[in-house]
Design a protein around this ligand. Structure first.
Ligand SMILES: [Zn+2]
Length: 319
């Protein structure tokens, strides 16, 4: 088993400036090294797994000797059907992962000089790919759970006599959702979106391994966790950390996602809330990895992730 390309000295020195100056061939070689890192960059057929592959001279396409399947370095991955040069995809990923609060599609379209629609879909494909590694993930050890509500903002009426109590369900617009996280101390962060915090308790409990110690606030619905886990509770009204019970890890995550909401995306509620929450979890988990490595991890995730059912051909369907 050879060393993974991402861990090699060559990968670690692949700065954004170098990517920007890459030739098409160099960008393609980088994609090959990342996608087929197990075989030192040697392509294998995505259809039959065979390593007997011919490379066309004139076109950047491979053909399998065994089954005649033709494929490119991005076929069958989240980047499939791309119209952008490979170098632009590397740059896009590097820019996307850069910055703790995330990057808006509008800004990305300006950075890359591509259409907004292109940048929008590309950003969502990257979100899908980086979130996928945690689809089956669980957390263990010391785990903080907490929820925070997003969206469903109802503007108060101008005149006081017309104002309604916006805390009441009948005066809300039904768009409010809660992001619940389960965060392992010193480890990974898992996020899910529900209509209410109480509605998410069972799902969140299912991603926490037995034997873990769970830290939660005083909300009554978390009582259900006591049956399965050693549970430490904290009353947020007077502290975030008390006698070993602590949800600071959860709080720091939510402050990151709030900053992204206010500073970058403005509205991260609605149908994409789960995707943004997963992106922020990825950023949180990788915050100590250098920027230079983060984007290669993201490219690796993108090339390991199949074609997106949600985002491939999105604008053609929407049109
Ligand atoms: Zn084949």
């Amino acid at each position: 088993m050879s060393q993974h390309f991402l861990l090699s000295a060559k990968a670690r020195t692949l700065s954004l400036a170098k990517v920007a100056r890459m030739s098409d061939d160099e960008a393609r070689e980088t994609f090959k090294q990342i996608r087929w890192s197990a075989s030192n960059g040697e392509p294998s057929c995505p259809q039959c797994g065979c390593f007997g592959v011919n490379e066309y001279k004139a076109r950047p396409v491979f053909k399998c000797k065994a089954c005649d399947h033709q494929f490119s370095v991005t076929s069958g991955t989240i980047f499939a059907g791309r119209k952008l040069p490979l170098r632009t995809l590397l740059l896009a990923t590097a820019i996307f992962v850069n910055g703790a609060k995330g990057h808006s599609a509008l800004q990305l379209s300006r950075d890359l000089d591509v259409q907004y629609k292109t940048a929008f879909v590309l950003s969502h494909k990257l979100r899908e790919a980086i979130a996928a590694e945690k689809a089956e993930a669980t957390v263990s050890g010391e785990v903080a759970v907490d929820g925070a509500y997003f969206g469903g903002y109802v503007k108060p009426s101008n005149y006081k006599e017309n104002r309604r109590d916006r805390r009441l369900a009948k005066n809300q617009n039904g768009k409010r959702r809660v992001v619940i996280i389960a965060r392992e101390k010193g480890g990974k962060t898992i996020t899910h979106v529900f209509n209410s915090e109480a509605a998410g308790v069972a799902k969140i409990a299912s991603v926490i391994e037995l034997g873990s110690t769970v830290h939660a606030d005083e909300a009554a619905h978390w009582d259900a966790l006591h049956d399965r886990f050693l549970t430490k509770r904290i009353n947020h009204e007077w502290a975030y950390s008390d006698e070993g019970a602590c949800t600071n890890d959860a709080e720091s995550f939510f402050s990151r996602i709030r900053r992204a909401e206010v500073g970058i995306h403005h509205h991260i509620a609605g149908p994409y809330l789960a995707a943004y929450a997963a992106e922020m979890a990825w950023r949180e988990d990788n915050r100590r990895v250098s920027n230079g490595e983060q984007y290669l991890i993201a490219v690796d995730a993108a090339l390991a992730h199949p074609v997106s059912r949600q985002w491939k051909g999105y604008w053609q369907r929407a049109a």
